[in-house]
Design a binder for this molecule. Structure first.
Ligand code: AVJ
Ligand code: FE
Length: 444
């Protein structure tokens, strides 16, 4: 199913780079210059930092590592090294001004496309960086990841809306399928070796035994989450992990980020517009601690990362793991809400064509889904092409999110894709679904 035709791979790489740049350009041209250099939240970089960082990564991996070119502007490398300068420090650095950053990124791109023209796409080598276009896929994904990061910055900025998009289509009838689905126990293939643009942390494919479990058919909705709030969820220590309770106390949290209670109803601010919280949409902007507390209140738990991936990829008929819940075909707008086509999740139960064989909906797109798992390497993990992409984040500090949000492009989202963040983070486009162990007689 995965093409190995060199010309098709070359076109796919060129298209992915072009699509990413189109999005980057929109996100960095829909606000005025001072808004690009301002820091809208200490958690985020100025938009102009993301822009030049995108160009700098592309220069390092396509121009220098693949093509062996010399650095264009070696003095700027440290400014755009995410490890050298934490986000809070970035506005005080001597960053390239918006027009310079645009020019730099465009110049890098022009040279990268020349390199792409003569790059080898023969998928016959173990060296992913120089063959089969992995480096180009990696850079397109990196830019799209920063496009999601920049959309988070847009959500955090004050002032009138700068971005608009049509709302997702509402299903003709509300979803009336079962609330949860039984996934049978047994081994399945987790991770991937064959997916050409899979990142190091998704590799290699390996067998995982997962006991039978039940998982929500759709992500947890705003209305379900409002019941938790109304039941005093944020005031009752018994639902919270110790660290989660400390977060609630220290920050005075009473609801998801961007929510506000007024005249007896919940309002939220979304990309510069205040609106009534839509009851039937997946809940958005919750931390891992809030997802974990909600699940406990509901008498359930978060799924493990392996459970999530089995629900998303295991086809009981063939015993095989597919690339996506619906099979191996690349996502279309009928499968999932991806790519910033919409600036919100679709209502729970949307996208019947994107369902898994067992009927689980919206695993891909809409909201990133917190899992109970720490971000850890798979057996046989090899850092590639650099330790700082994934390896330095492995360990108990980061929790895994799966499935992608409305804000991530399909190139950076698949059944095996792993995202991670700190359990307190909620400015990200995060939601969740819940799970529970299967009853003893169902467990195989
Ligand atoms: C995978 C989303 C956690 O944004 O920190 C971007 C992606 N890595 N540049 C992040 C990433 C380097 C990463 N996440
Ligand atoms: Fe980056």
């Amino acid at each position: 199913n995965v093409t190995t035709d060199p010309e098709a791979l070359r076109r796919r790489a060129a298209d992915a780079l072009l699509a990413a740049r189109r999005r980057t350009t929109l996100l960095t041209s829909c606000v005025e210059g001072p808004e690009l250099t301002a820091q809208h939240s200490p958690l985020m970089s100025p938009l102009v930092w993301d822009l030049a960082h995108i160009g700098n990564q592309e220069e390092q991996w396509l121009l220098r590592a693949v093509a062996g070119r010399a650095a264009m502007r070696p003095e700027i490398d440290p400014l755009y090294d995410a490890f050298e300068h934490p986000r809070a420090e970035r506005p005080s650095l001597p960053l390239l001004a918006p027009q310079e950053a645009r020019g730099y990124a465009a110049e890098v791109r022009g040279r990268a496309l020349d390199i792409l023209d003569s790059a080898s796409f023969e998928a016959d080598g173990a060296e992913r960086l120089t063959r089969s276009g992995f480096a180009f896929g990696m850079i397109a994904q990196h830019e799209q990841q920063h496009d999601e990061t920049m959309l988070i910055t847009h959500q955090l900025r004050a002032g009138a809306a700068a971005l608009t998009a049509p709302d997702p289509e509402r299903p003709a009838r509300p979803f009336d399928g079962p609330a949860e689905v039984l996934v049978p126990g047994g081994p399945f293939t987790m991770g991937t070796t064959a997916e050409p643009w899979a990142l190091d942390n998704e590799r290699p494919a390996h067998a995982r035994f997962v006991p039978a479990f039940r998982i929500d058919t759709t992500p947890v909705t705003n209305s379900a989450y409002m019941e938790f709030i109304a039941d005093g969820g944020y005031r009752n220590t018994r639902w919270w992990s110790p660290a989660g309770w400390a977060m609630v106390r220290d920050h005075g949290f009473e609801a998801p980020q961007f929510w506000r209670r007024e005249a007896g109803q919940w309002l939220r601010r979304r990309f510069g517009v205040t609106e009534v919280v839509p009851p039937d949409e997946p809940v958005l902007h919750v931390s891992w601690y809030e997802a974990d507390a909600y699940a406990r209140w509901a008498g359930r738990r978060l799924p493990t990362e392996a459970e999530w991936e089995k629900a998303a990829r295991f086809d009981p008929a063939s015993g095989r793991s597919t690339r996506y819940p619906w099979g191996d075909a690349d996502p279309t707008p009928d499968h999932a809400n991806l790519g910033q086509r919409h600036l919100r999740p679709a209502v729970a139960g949307s996208y019947p064509l994107g369902a898994s064989p067992l009927g689980v909906r919206q695993l891909i797109g809409d909201v990133w889904e917190w899992t109970s798992s720490d971000f850890l390497p798979y057996p046989g993990f090899v850092a590639y092409p650099y330790r700082e992409y994934s390896e330095v984040f492995f360990g108990p500090d980061h929790k895994v999110l799966r499935g992608g949000s409305f804000a991530v492009d399909a190139v950076a989202c698949r059944g095996t894709f792993r995202n991670w963040d700190l359990p307190i983070r909620r400015q990200i486009f995060s939601g969740f679904r819940t799970a529970r162990d299967a009853d003893a007689q169902e467990a195989s």
